[in-house]
Design a protein around this ligand. Structure first.
Ligand code: SAM
Length: 279
């Protein structure tokens, strides 16, 4: 299959009279080798059902179609969603294996197929919420590779006690093991963004507890990082009815109340939440 290069991307954009939208994070990959590398990094096999969010003009989609049994692509922009099957048919004999859904990924509740792997160059301004939302609603997704802004990749993969560690790092760790998978130059995009990107790989793991526990854990994480410099006993005081009560709660959970959220891993947050559900 021939993939899309810089010339085809420009021709397609002209045909659609498309001015790439900043607010939709429309930076299209113009380098076919990078697309093949992303698909290789994701380790896709011919039994995989691949999910792509924001297929855009189809650079990565065509590379996915080369390897996966089928591809489901969710695109918010109807001009792009309508064009994609036409582009796929022009480049591939397996275009029937592509399903395009014209929807906001953040509003997605379910899919007509059960995807096994996620591969996406995520729209920058919603990359973390989309990533966490998909892990929540699509339990069949077992692994994947996403391209995000370098700074966001550093946050998603950060470990406790680093300045990058925060809400995205801990929430992602609830669902999956998340690791860095390399850098991507801004020069492979049209238009070129102002920042470099990185690849992030994930492998789903067994969650540390029930959905009830997750909701409690996520609420505590939000509070703990809302004012990062506060000790946990102060940051969680509103949840437990004052800082004295929060201190007692944290001590009962085996967590030092003078620590800050930034030094706790997902399992320590679970201990705090578990204590709340038990008491
Ligand atoms: N995958 C293409 C590529 O690599 O060339 C395009 C990636 S571009 C960074 C992001 C794409 O996500 C755009 O096509 C944009 O229209 C789409 N998009 C933006 N917000 C979205 C959302 N909430 N749900 C689904 N797609 C979205």
């Amino acid at each position: 299959m021939t993939l899309l290069g810089a010339a085809e991307i420009r021709t397609l954009a002209e045909k659609l009279d498309l001015k790439p939208s900043k607010s939709l994070g429309q930076n299209f990959v113009i380098d076919a080798n990078v697309c093949r590398k992303i698909v290789r990094t994701a380790g896709i096999t011919s039994s995989d059902i691949a999910l792509e969010i924001g297929p855009g003009l189809g650079s990565l989609t065509l590379a996915l179609m080369e390897e996966a049994a089928s591809v489901v692509a969710v695109e918010i922009d109807s001009r792009l969603a309508n064009q994609l099957p036409i582009t796929a048919a022009a480049h591939s004999e397996g275009a029937n294996n592509l399903t395009v859904i014209n929807q906001d990924a953040l509003q997605l509740k379910s899919l007509p197929v059960a995807p096994t792997v996620l591969v996406a160059n995520l729209p920058y301004n919603v990359s973390v919420p989309v990533f966490l939302h998909l892990l929540e609603i699509l339990p069949t997704l077992r692994s994947g590779v996403v391209m995000v802004q370098a700074e966001v990749a550093d946050r998603l993969t950060a470990k406790p006690n680093t300045k990058e560690y925060g809400i995205p790092s801990v929430k992602a760790a609830w669902w999956a093991e998340v690791t860095g998978a390399g850098s991507v130059s801004r020069s492979i995009f049209w238009p070129a963004p102002n920042v470099d990107s990185k690849l992030v790989a994930f492998k789903r793991r067994e969650t540390p507890g029930s959905e009830e526990l997750r909701k409690e854990v996520f609420a505590i994480i939000d509070l703990a990082f809302a004012q990062r410099r506060k000790m946990l006993r102060a940051a969680l005081s509103s949840r437990y009815g004052g800082s004295g009560a929060a201190e007692a709660h944290l001590s009962a959970a085996g967590i030092d109340p003078t620590l800050r959220g930034e030094s706790l891993d997902i399992h320590s947050f679970c201990k705090i939440a578990q204590q709340g559900l038990e008491s």
